[in-house]
Design a protein around this ligand. Structure first.
Ligand SMILES: [Zn+2]
Length: 414
């Protein structure tokens, strides 16, 4: 059995691992690196038999349609991931075209992916040529999974993106009780712990109260999948003040059709049923007078209706721009956060209040250590982080086990 690390090595983005067993080729994730633009794809892999996307985020699943230029692999993942992938991949094609980039795949390729997809429930094993694969709940977003692989008595776990602590939208990861030999883990926050979630929620609500009590507007740029719905649950008592715009609407509707992947589906349905869903430009123009809290895509201000609202409020000094997601280096969101200047195809100042809140759905540093302590691996492979090497070194020193951060293209024989 041989593993090749094709992406997500010492960086966040384009996660892709190739597992070769005898003459079978299996991919664990096949994602893109979206930022900075243009998007970067992992190396082309031909003759793939099976792909396991751990979840629908494009940095894990965004390159899968490219595989269909060369082969027709089976795509095995959870049911809600299939539906979310369809939404995000089709949008990705649209965005690439709109920005004048040559799309690496077409809408037809996305349809091929969906047709080749098989849903697999959590904790149910599937056997491929004598190797056992199991998807377990990884607690990152609805439908997200970590992959457990067992062959010749050896157990390998690949985390995908993982979170141990529960959020309002999903429970924390359900870890296997079995001892693991090799742990391939994300380490996005290997150097940082998150502030306590309840305190962040309180801080956000206080800022919102101050703003709307003055008759001003709160704009929350949000990722469509998971973050927008987490926010709806956090802000459930404000639901009569909230408008939702952009792809967050479709994503919420997909999640509500898959309630078994949610921690509080009834609550989400109730909140979503009472917020205003903005459907067109005419409604958009009028909404700020009636709904002072707007949750809209895109989360890093790359595009989407959020820009319309930001232009409307940018010179209202008491209005609030509330970031609730990580702003990647090189994005307009990062620029606004650090300098107060929007830089993209056009450049302008943002003079309203700007605040940042941590609602991360990745494990913080201490959760990563807890993961290692509970799975007791003898080898830890650190990927999907800006400081993978430092984190691997810390793991070695702390636990006296082998840990390393592979370079792109590096192989591991198992
Ligand atoms: Zn993710």
């Amino acid at each position: 059995m041989r593993l090749t690390f094709l992406g997500g090595c010492r960086e966040v983005g384009k996660n892709a691992l190739l597992l070769e067993v005898n003459d079978r080729r299996i991919l664990l994730d096949y994602g893109v690196k979206l930022q900075p633009e243009p998007a970067e794809f992992p190396e082309v892999v031909k003759d793939v038999d099976v792909v396991f996307p751990t979840h629908a985020h494009l940095d894990h699943a965004g390159a899968i349609p490219v595989l269909f230029h060369h082969s027709t692999p089976a795509v095995i993942t959870t049911k809600v991931t299939i539906e979310l992938m369809e939404l995000l991949l089709k949008d990705f094609v649209k965005v690439m075209k709109r920005k004048g980039m040559e799309p690496r795949f077409s809408k037809e390729n996305v349809i091929q992916v969906i047709k080749a997809s098989h849903s697999l429930p959590y904790d149910v094993p599937v056997f491929l040529h004598g190797t056992k694969f199991v998807l377990h709940d990884s607690g990152h977003i609805p439908g997200s999974a970590y992959v457990e692989i067992v062959r010749d008595g050896k157990r390998i776990v690949y985390t995908g993106d993982i979170k141990l602590k529960s959020q309002r939208l999903v429970n924390g990861a359900k870890l296997t009780k079995e001892k693991v030999d090799v742990l391939i883990t994300e380490c996005t926050y290997g150097d940082k712990d998150h502030p306590e979630r309840r305190k962040e929620e309180k801080r956000l609500k206080e800022e919102i109260d101050v703003t709307i009590n003055q008759g001003e507007v709160v704009l929350i740029p949000s990722f469509a999948v998971a973050r927008a719905q987490e926010l709806l649950l956090v802000l459930k008592d404000y639901r009569s003040y909230i408008a939702v715009d952009g792809m967050a609407k479709e994503a919420t509707e997909i999640l509500l059709r898959n309630p078994s992947f949610l921690l509080a589906p009834k609550e989400l349905r109730k909140v979503y049923g009472s917020v205003k869903r903005v459907r067109n430009q005419r409604e958009r123009k009028r909404i700020l007078k009636r709904k002072p809290i707007v949750i809209s895509t895109s989360g890093m201000l790359n595009g989407g209706p959020v820009l319309y609202y930001l232009k409307r409020i940018r010179n209202r000094r008491e209005s609030l721009l509330a970031f609730v997601g990580f702003q990647v280096e090189g994005t307009p969101g990062r620029s606004v956060l650090e300098t107060g200047i929007y830089r993209n195809e056009e450049t302008w100042e943002v003079n309203c209040r700007i605040r940042k809140f941590d609602f991360s759905s990745h494990a913080g540093r201490n959760e990563l250590f807890e993961l290692i302590e509970r799975l007791e691996p003898s080898l830890v492979v650190c990927i999907h982080g800006d400081r993978c090497e430092e984190f691997a070194k810390e793991v070695e020193e702390r636990y006296g086990i082998t840990a390393f951060a592979p370079k792109e293209g590096e192989e591991l024989k198992l």
